[in-house]
Design a protein around this ligand. Structure first.
Ligand SMILES: *Cc1c(COP(=O)(O)O)cnc(C)c1O
Length: 381
């Protein structure tokens, strides 16, 4: 199978072919990013209509060889919903919620892991391991099961019970640890070294981000190849944010869009806000957050490997970063449920952040805003 992409280091610019099972840049330890030899011409827009209604409709933008079939459960193409209750309450003209809770396994982690598992199967992986705050473990377990490959998940013992139950449903071996996702990451790396397992941690392989990139491609298609003014995103490891930033850059390079990038806002919990702290300090890299604590499990990432890339995307786009309290994010998620959407606490955080940004005057009435609900609420019960 011919592969039409290569890898380049996000920090030192080393480049490499994309054979086998790539991890991080051997020179500097930073994440690889994918560079495509040729992106499709805008005339290919018309052909999309006949494509399957999953994220693989964008196959030329994804790490898929000619004729290769992906490992799929039908991920992507989630609803982009106008949300009048928020428009009214905040006096904004246009607010959409992108409801990623509608993905297989109940969160947008499905997109990243569909892409990563597809690439790793091609690369020859025989066992998977992953550290997770919860939803990535569910998604990997499902996609690996689909591919017939065993999985060892490392998760904090405090992970919501329903999420742990889902990991067991898909037959993964579940290891619970006292500690946070950083501690689980160490355990997964040791397991990988001892047992020859492939570690699919956030940004320790280059393809989860390509799967998450489809959120950006999809947003653009859903808006008729236009972009919103503001994107509000609850950020943990940062793959979604970095992925959308990459998507919009690639779309512009290929001539599919002309709009400038939306202002990206990263939302975290006041109990774990390394990106907000680094953004406010004008720093280029995040520093580990001591004793991370939040009910929004996906935001409990004290030392994201993609910190540098997130900060770059926020600054380049003219956006920002802000933290909301657990009380506020839980309240906002409950309000969304009262309006008909069973949102995750992380989705609640994004709504609470929009309220704060409007109050500060950073989001203005005419801004067209997309808020991400990144997962379903039922997973947290
Ligand atoms: C993982 C996760 C996040 C954080 O996502 P990143 O793209 O890694 O920043 C947010 N919300 C939910 C529900 C998650 O599972």
């Amino acid at each position: 199978m011919t592969q039409s992409w290569s890898l380049f280091c996000s920090k030192c610019d080393r480049t490499e072919s994309a054979a086998g099972l790539p991890s991080v840049c051997p020179d500097c330890g930073s994440p690889w990013l994918v560079r495509y030899a040729k992106l499709p011409d805008p005339s290919a827009k018309a052909a999309l209509a006949a494509r399957p209604w999953t994220m693989w409709r964008y196959r030329e933008w994804l790490p898929l060889a000619d004729g290769e079939e992906p490992v799929t459960l039908g991920e992507g193409m989630t609803p982009l919903l106008r949300w009048p209750p928020l428009e009214k309450a905040l006096k904004l003209k246009t607010v959409w919620i992108k409801d990623e809770g509608k993905n297989p396994t109940g969160s947008f982690k499905a997109r990243g892991l569909a892409a990563a598992v597809t690439a790793a199967v091609r690369g020859g992986a025989r066992v998977f391991t992953i550290p997770t705050a919860g939803n990535a473990g569910v998604a990997l377990s499902a996609y690996a099961r689909r591919a017939g490959i065993p999985v060892h998940v490392f998760a904090p013992a405090t992970t919501p019970a329903t999420i742990l139950e889902q990991i067991r449903v898909f037959g993964a071996t579940l290891n619970l640890l006292d500690g946070h996702i950083g501690d689980c990451g160490k355990a997964a790396r040791e397991f990988a070294a001892q047992h020859g397992a492939f570690d699919v941690s956030t940004l320790r392989e280059p393809y989860r981000i390509e799967g998450k990139k489809t959120m950006g491609l999809e947003l653009a298609e859903q808006l008729g190849w236009a972009l919103p003014d503001v994107v509000i995103y609850p950020a943990g490891g940062g793959t979604g944010l970095i992925g959308m930033w990459k998507a919009f850059n690639e779309l512009r390079t290929a001539g599919w869009i002309t709009d400038r990038s939306p202002r990206f806002y990263a939302v975290q919990s006041t109990g774990c806000a390394p990106v907000v702290k680094a953004f406010d300090a004008g720093a280029e890299q995040t520093e580990p957050w001591p004793d991370p604590a939040t009910v929004a499990a996906g935001l409990r990432v004290p030392g994201p490997l993609g910190g540098r890339l997130m900060l770059r995307a926020l600054r380049e786009s003219g956006g920002g970063a802000l933290a909301v309290s657990d009380d506020d994010l839980v309240r906002a998620a409950r309000t969304l449920a009262e309006q008909g959407m069973d949102a995750s606490p992380e989705g609640g955080a994004a709504v609470a952040a929009l309220e704060a940004l409007v109050a500060r005057g950073e989001v203005r009435p005419a801004d067209r805003v997309v808020v991400f609900n990144t997962g379903a609420g039922w997973l947290y019960r």
